[in-house]
Design a protein around this ligand. Structure first.
Ligand code: GAL
Length: 735
């Protein structure tokens, strides 16, 4: 459903569940049960919940639809007491026509949400290494439409020629129309100031029609560096109906070949991470701004060019942001290793493929459709169907399907492989032929590595955090040097809650390069330091700079992940030399990286030797100082540093933003082993998501605040006070 004739009805629902019959007023996105950060029984949210709301209908001539963007796992809608058929699948939108059940005036909507892990719906049926948090966790919309309306628009195009930045584009949009009776309609679409009019005889039902083609010269192309998006307006006019819709389109020439991925002829080596869409306390239920922030963290903070939406279609707000900032996406259907024999389960897989492609066709950031259950075995019957369906719905993108064993049957366009072979030893990545078992070249990429092979907590010891970083660096380096691998996507971006069968026993998989609060571990600096120095100077020595943290009092070698040209080390203000990217300062296994770390190895001193301040100074290629990082010999707790992603929140809907807090010394360095807590007090129309008292975890913590949805434009205050007495105050404008 893409019509503009819609309103968001996410605010003010009444909620209760099988364990708690008292109704409470809630706003959507909503998680049915708040969960602790760790050590909770995942059964607590696998319950039946109920949501109700009155909606107003003004015009009895309209067709009325409700669209639920995401409800975990299945739900049944009742309209004025009438039961409609069950909707299954927790990661795809569901649009339901309710015209026959509503009247002008007030109408009661009642939604029964089944959040149990049902064996007839993927990803369930066996074990799953992630939690499928529940509730109506994405927005809900009401559409009031005429008899004939625009259901969808697939903006198909072909780039006929281009010079890398501008191109000649042949637009060949396909419209999907829903109509009650056969009729003649006019469709006008407007793209880049071109108005294209098509007259079609549409047939009763939901059908697709090709619109008139048009060739446009000199179109600015979409790319990672210049993610140019264009608005396309579409209007439908007939004797009975009028409708309009707007979609965003980005034009790019994408080629995925066995020797590279090319966007507008520029070869791109994918460097990315996997993302789960979960957050502490509220699971999946985070609004637009928070979804967008994740994309920004991945692209702007970590400098990645790719994200894999593991293991299901993710929020369209996240995908829109990926389009807008130029972050490539691998999207895939829900599932985890298991394929059921149950027919309704298998049909759901096909429904998921269809819903994913129909929802997300127009995102230029999406480069392939994942049409296999992550790491499942071969199933020729099922995967022939998923592949054929994907090709029928979208013949412009290749399919892929993530496997984890060699010689899996290739029915897709890309062989995507989880290669966990690197366990710290000599083997880093297997080669393409070994994994595909094919005598001929095919597009091949690595979609996971590291993860459970080396779980690493933000509060682990320095040596562990460094080795975690080096493993990410070795795999990315090895991938860079192998032209037969199109890219590598590590497991994973953020730590995540999981079932008891996985993780560290506390329901957390510590596999992220950032923790669950999106706070960095050393491994995140591997990625960050690959950024172009013109965008940001990155200078991250992987050290806690102390005499006794590593074994035997050893301090060096220190890996400095940086995009500087060279690094000078000063101890007690005395230079120990300038370290360039020369053989003696490099780790051979990391030489493939754009910016391999500079390894500083100098006299270690020993247990009992005097301990000094240190400064790492970064120089650019012209030997200008561009950055510096100082460490104190005598570290003391000096302050807390607070950062807020956005100082504005909408007050007419549920909106939220993240605030991070670090315990720091006088040089601004994090105190990884601090034992302190913070109390958070808010004043005004906002609330803290989760707990108001938090402990630092590995020297930092973050929390989210959300607006109360009172429609009161005002200012709210957040006071953060640590037990040791450090205080900060922030203001948020509710707009
Ligand atoms: C993979 C799986 C991921 C995650 C990862 C942990 O096998 O696809 O979902 O469990 O292992 O390393």
């Amino acid at each position: 459903m893409i019509s503009n004739n819609k309103i968001c009805i996410s605010n003010n629902w009444q909620y209760f569940n099988e364990n708690e019959s008292n109704k409470v007023t809630i706003n959507i996105p909503h998680n049915n049960v708040n969960v602790p950060y760790s050590y909770f029984d995942e059964k607590i949210y696998q319950i039946i919940s109920y949501y109700e709301k009155n909606i107003n209908i003004e015009n009895d001539k309209k067709r009325i639809f409700l669209k639920f963007d995401g409800v975990m796992t299945a739900f049944t809608l009742y309209v004025n007491g009438k039961k409609l058929s069950e909707q299954r699948g927790g990661y795809i939108p569901h649009s339901i026509e309710i015209t026959d059940y509503v009247k002008v005036g007030e109408n009661k909507i009642f939604v029964e949400v089944d959040s149990t892990e049902r064996n007839d719906i993927p990803p369930f049926g066996y074990v799953v290494d992630y939690l499928t948090f529940c509730g109506i966790y994405r927005d809900v919309w009401k559409y009031e439409l005429d008899n004939t309306f625009i259901k969808n628009l697939f903006f198909k195009y072909e780039i006929l020629e281009h010079n890398g930045t501008y191109g000649k584009v042949k637009c060949m949009p396909i419209i999907q129309v829903d109509c009650l009776n056969d009729e003649n309609i006019d469709i006008i679409y407007n793209i880049l100031n071109n108005k294209v009019d098509t007259n079609i005889n549409v047939k009763k039902g939901v059908n697709r029609y090709n619109l008139n083609e048009i060739i446009i010269e000199n179109v600015e192309l979409w790319s990672i560096e210049n993610p140019k998006m264009n608005l396309c307006n579409v209007t439908l006019i007939s004797d009975t109906s009028k409708d309009n819709a707007s979609i965003n389109v980005g034009f790019r020439d994408l080629k995925i070949l066995d020797n590279g991925i090319f966007i507008n002829n520029e070869k791109i080596k994918l460097m990315g991470l996997n993302r789960h869409q979960s957050f502490p306390y509220v699971g999946y239920a985070m609004p637009k701004r928070v979804q967008e922030e994740d994309a920004i963290i991945l692209k702007e903070e970590l400098g990645l060019n790719t994200v894999r939406c593991s293991h299901y279609p993710q929020s369209t707000y996240f995908l829109d942001k990926c389009d807008n900032i130029g972050l490539l996406v691998l999207e895939e259907i829900p599932g985890w290793q298991h394929i059921s024999k149950d027919e309704s389960w298998r049909n759901q897989v096909l429904d998921d493929v269809k819903a994913m492609i129909e929802r997300d066709y127009n995102h230029p950031s999406i480069i392939t459709w994942g049409v296999r259950i992550n790491e499942s075995g071969d199933d020729e019957e099922l995967y022939t169907k998923t592949n054929n369906l994907a090709k029928e719905l979208d013949d412009t993108r290749l399919t892929s399907g993530v496997r984890c064993y060699e010689g899996s049957q290739l029915l897709e366009g890309i062989y995507t492989m989880n290669d966990f072979v690197h366990n710290g030893g000599e083997a880093i990545l297997r080669n393409r032929k070994t994994c595909t078992n094919l005598d001929y070249p095919v597009p091949y990429m690595v979609t996971e590595f590291c993860g459970h092979i080396y779980p690493t907590k933000k509060f682990d010891c320095e040596e562990k955090l460094v080795e975690h970083a080096l493993r990410h660096a070795r795999v990315q380096s090895c991938c860079k040097l192998d032209d037969e691998i199109l890219g590598a996507i590590g497991w994973c971006a953020f730590d995540y809650n999981t079932h008891f069968d996985f993780g560290s026993g506390d329901r957390i998989c510590y596999h992220g390069v950032m923790d669950m609060f999106r706070m960095p571990k050393f491994a995140s600096y591997v990625y960050k330091s690959q950024k172009d120095i013109k965008k940001e100077v990155v200078l991250e020595p992987l050290t806690y700079w102390s005499r006794g943290e590593k074994q035997m009092g050893i301090v060096f070698p220190i890996y400095v992940f940086t995009n500087c040209n060279s690094i000078e080390l000063k101890l007690n203000n005395i230079s120990k030399g300038i370290f360039k990217r020369e053989k003696q300062n490099l780790d051979e296994k990391l030489s493939g990286l754009n910016n391999p770390p500079i390894v500083i190895n100098t006299i270690n001193g020993e247990w009992g030797a005097s301990w000094t301040d240190a400064e790492f100074i970064g120089y650019d290629e012209n030997n200008n100082i561009v950055g510096s990082k100082k460490f104190c010999a005598s570290v003391t707790y000096e302050d807390i540093k607070v950062d807020m992603y956005s100082n504005e929140l909408y007050c007419d809907r549920l909106d939220a933003t993240r605030i991070s807090v670090k315990a720091i010394d006088k040089e601004g360095n994090i105190l990884p082993f601090i034992s302190d807590s913070i109390d958070i007090e808010v004043d005004g129309d906002i609330e803290v998501i989760g707990l108001n008292r938090l402990n630092f975890i590995g020297g930092s913590i973050a929390f989210w605040v959300k607006s109360k949805v009172l429609n009161n434009k005002s200012t709210a205050t957040i006071k953060i006070k640590s037990f040791y007495g450090y205080e900060k105050e922030l203001k948020i404008n509710l707009i």
